[in-house]
Design a binder for this molecule. Structure first.
Ligand code: SAM
Length: 417
C-alpha cells in the first residue's frame, strides 16, 4: 500500500491499520524520551573521569537535531518518520512480521514495543537513514598523540558534540565553527555544563562557516581535525550550510578552499591538519579536497583508518562489511625525510592502513624530532648568511637544500661576501 509522509508518497509492505493515534502518540513520546538533567550530568561526570559513553549526553543535547538530518538519497528524516502516524503503523507492521527477527530474537526479548520499533527505524535505510555521530574514541586517540600543555584543537565542523567532548576530556582548548545555530546553542550548553564539572575546560564555539576567517585564532592551533560535510550527502537543515546554492565546483572553491586557507593561517608552524573524508559514488570528494589542501601549501603525509561500525541496515542486509573511512594527515612542513626506512614505513601505513597506536606514537616522535632538527638547521642556515665558516658552510648547504628552494633564499658563498 501507499502512505504519504511529509509530502512523500511511499510504498510499504507491512502496515498495522489497528494501531491507534493514541498508541502512535505513546510510542513517539517513548522513543523521543530525553534523559533527565541528572542522568545527563552523571554521564558527563563519568566521562570526565574515564568513561567513553556519551549516549545520554547526546540524547539530552543534540539528538533531536541529528534526527532532523536528511540524507541525499532518502526523502525523510527520522523526525519526519516519528511525526507520521502512518509511518509508525508501517513500522509496527514490521514488528508484527518479525522483520530482521526483532521480535523472535532472544537478544531483544526484554525490549519494549517502543525499543523494537526504534531498532527497526534505525534499520530502515529505504526512505530514511539516521545520520551518524563521530566516535569519541577516535577523537581521543587522535588527540592523545599530540598531548601537551596548553594544546589547542580546531574542529572546523563541530557536528553533534563528540569531538567537543573528546577535546574537553583530553585537556585541549577547543575552537569550533558550525553554521547550524541550533546546534551551536546546544554545544555551548554542553560546554558550560562540562565546565562546572571540570573547571579547566576551555572552548570557543562560533556559529559561522569555516570559510569565514577568525583573525584572533591566527597561529594558535596545534591540530585542526574534523569530519566536514560530504558535499550534499546530508542536509543538516539549519543555518548557512556549505551546500547552499552551490554546485560541486563552487562548493570546493567557495567553501573548501577558504576553509583550508583559514586552517593554514590558524595552525602553528608544526601544526597538523587532519581530514576525515571519503569519496562518494557521485563525487571524488577525498581526491578533490586533498588536491585543494596540497594546492594551498599543505604536504600530505599519510592516512589513518577511522574505524566505524557498519551501519545496522547494511549489516542486516549485506552482512558485516567494512565501512571504515580515512583520516588524511597534512602539515605545512615537509617533515618527512627521504630515507629508505621512512619511505618504507609510510608505504606500510598506506598499504596496510595500520592502526597501531604504539607504532604511530613512535612515528610521531620521529616526526617531531625531525621538526626540531629542521627548525634548528634552518636557523643555522639563516645565521650562516651573516657569518660563515667555510667548513660549516659546506655542511649547512648540504643539509639545507630543500629550504633554499622553498624559501627562495639565495645562498652566498663566503668567497663572494
Ligand atoms: C555533522 S558533520 C558530518 C558528519 C560526521 N559524521 C560527524 O558526525 O561529525 C558536518 C557538520 O558540518 C556543518 N557544516 C555545514 N556547513 C558548514 C560550513 N560552511 N562550515 C563549517 N561547518 C559546516 C554541519 O552543520 C554539520 O554539523
Amino acid at each position: 500500500m501507499t502512505i504519504t509522509v511529509a509530502g512523500h508518497k511511499i510504498n510499504v509492505a507491512s502496515f498495522d491499520e489497528h494501531f491507534t493515534c493514541e498508541q502512535c502518540d505513546e510510542i513517539r513520546t517513548q522513543i523521543r524520551k530525553k534523559f533527565t538533567p541528572a542522568e545527563m550530568t552523571e554521564e558527563l561526570t563519568k566521562l570526565s573521569q574515564k568513561s567513553t559513553r556519551t549516549h545520554n549526553i547526546i540524547n539530552y543535547y543534540t539528538r533531536e537535531l541529528l534526527w532532523d538530518v536528511k540524507s541525499e538519497k532518502y526523502p525523510l528524516s527520522m523526525n519526519d518518520c516519528l511525526d507520521s502516524d502512518d509511518f509508525l503503523r508501517h513500522i509496527k507492521g514490521q514488528v508484527d512480521n518479525d522483520l530482521y527477527k526483532i521480535s523472535s530474537n532472544p537478544k531483544f526479548s526484554h525490549f519494549t514495543l517502543a525499543q523494537r520499533m526504534l531498532q527497526l527505524l534505525k534499520l530502515e535505510g529505504k526512505n530514511m537513514r539516521v545520520a551518524g555521530n563521530y566516535p569519541i574514541n577516535s577523537v581521543k586517540n587522535v588527540l592523545s598523540q599530540h598531548k601537551g600543555k596548553n594544546k589547542v584543537y580546531y574542529d572546523y565542523s563541530c557536528g553533534w558534540g563528540n569531538r567537543l567532548l573528546g577535546s574537553m576530556v583530553s585537556d585541549f582548548e577547543y575552537l569550533g565553527t558550525d553554521p547550524n545555530h541550533k546546534l551551536v546553542e546546544k554545544l555551548k550548553m554542553m560546554y558550560n555544563n562540562f565546565k562546572q564539572i571540570k573547571g579547566s575546560a576551555k572552548a570557543d564555539i562560533r556559529c559561522q562557516g569555516s570559510e569565514i576567517v577568525v583573525p584572533e585564532w591566527k597561529n594558535k592551533v596545534d591540530i585542526a581535525f574534523s569530519s566536514p560535510p560530504y558535499f550534499d550527502l546530508e542536509d543538516y537543515q539549519y543555518g548557512n550550510q556549505s551546500i547552499k546554492d552551490r554546485n560541486y565546483t563552487r562548493w570546493l572553491e567557495e567553501y573548501w578552499k577558504p576553509t583550508v586557507i583559514n586552517i593554514k593561517l590558524y595552525l602553528k608552524e608544526d601544526g597538523l591538519f587532519l581530514l576525515n573524508i571519503k569519496n562518494t559514488k557521485e563525487h571524488a570528494l577525498l581526491d578533490d579536497m586533498k588536491k585543494i589542501a596540497i594546492s594551498c601549501g599543505f604536504y600530505y603525509h599519510y592516512s589513518d583508518v577511522l574505524k566505524t561500525p557498519t551501519r545496522p541496515n547494511v549489516v542486516a542486509r549485506a552482512g558485516k562489511i567494512s565501512s571504515d573511512e580515512e583520516i588524511l594527515v597534512f602539515s605545512t612542513l615537509d617533515v618527512l625525510d627521504k630515507s629508505e626506512a621512512t619511505i618504507k614505513r609510510l608505504e606500510e601505513i598506506e598499504q596496510a592502513k595500520i592502526v597501531d597506536f604504539n607504532n604511530r606514537q613512535k612515528y610521531y616522535e620521529e616526526v617531531y624530532a625531525r621538526h626540531q632538527e629542521e627548525i634548528r638547521i634552518k636557523k643555522e642556515y639563516e645565521d650562516s648568511l651573516v657569518t660563515v665558516d667555510t667548513n660549516e658552510w659546506k655542511k649547512t648547504i648540504k643539509s639545507m637544500k630543500k629550504y633554499k628552494k622553498r624559501k627562495r633564499v639565495k645562498a652566498v658563498p663566503p668567497s663572494k661576501q
